[in-house]
Design a protein around this ligand. Structure first.
Ligand SMILES: CC(C)(COP(=O)(O)OP(=O)(O)OC[C@H]1O[C@@H](n2cnc3c(N)ncnc32)[C@H](O)[C@@H]1OP(=O)(O)O)[C@@H](O)C(=O)NCCC(=O)NCCS
Length: 147
């Protein structure tokens, strides 16, 4: 059986190690998931965002990091279940938990990154429509070219 619960800053180290163990989180040649510092800060003060994990025998096997942007829409930065634990209802339980909370707050629009075909199939089953494709780009404010 699995347990779904809110994550706290105590989970930051485990969460980062879990995410880094899967290639899905390699967003580019540079970025691989959030830094520990950022995670600690976010998990300690979620301020309306929803940071939810699923555990089996005390071990993290899935999570959603959902940021509520203003009052009306939410950006799901991560929605992931470990490959060995898929198709057992864990993704649905995480999804339902977050959707329930968002509905209570009248947050109506959800936007998620879906990297694998599995994720798109899941979201379409739950009523999502696929948007246009984008290419992930990233840059740093301290490394802008001098014009
Ligand atoms: C999307 C995801 C979270 C679903 O997790 P899960 O625990 O396997 O989902 P569930 O077991 O709750 O599935 C619920 C239902 O969704 C549908 N579904 C899930 N995966 C599916 C797939 N690969 N193909 C078709 N339908 C699927 C099914 O209807 C399933 O019910 P069923 O197993 O009784 O048929 C998981 O596949 C995943 O982590 N994918 C990768 C996500 C990703 O790329 N993240 C990028 C980094 S954030």
């Amino acid at each position: 059986m699995f347990v779904v619960r809110l994550l706290t800053s105590d989970d930051a180290v485990q969460l980062r190690a879990f995410a880094q163990s899967d290639p899905s989180f390699q967003l580019s040649e540079v970025s691989a998931f959030f830094s520990l510092e950022y995670l600690h800060e976010w998990l300690a003060r979620p301020e309306g965002d929803l940071l939810v994990g699923a555990e089996v025998d005390g071990e993290l096997v899935g999570f959603i990091l959902c940021q509520v942007i203003r009052s009306s829409w939410s950006l799901w930065h991560n929605f992931f279940v470990a490959r060995a634990h898929r198709r057992r209802g864990i993704g649905q339980a995480l999804f339902d938990y977050v959707i329930g909370e968002l509905r209570e707050r009248d947050v109506t629009l959800c936007v998620a990154f879906a990297r694998e075909r599995d994720a798109v199939a899941f979201h379409v089953r739950n009523g999502a429509s696929a948007g246009y494709s984008f290419t992930y780009v990233e840059w740093r404010t301290d490394q802008q070219p001098v014009g």
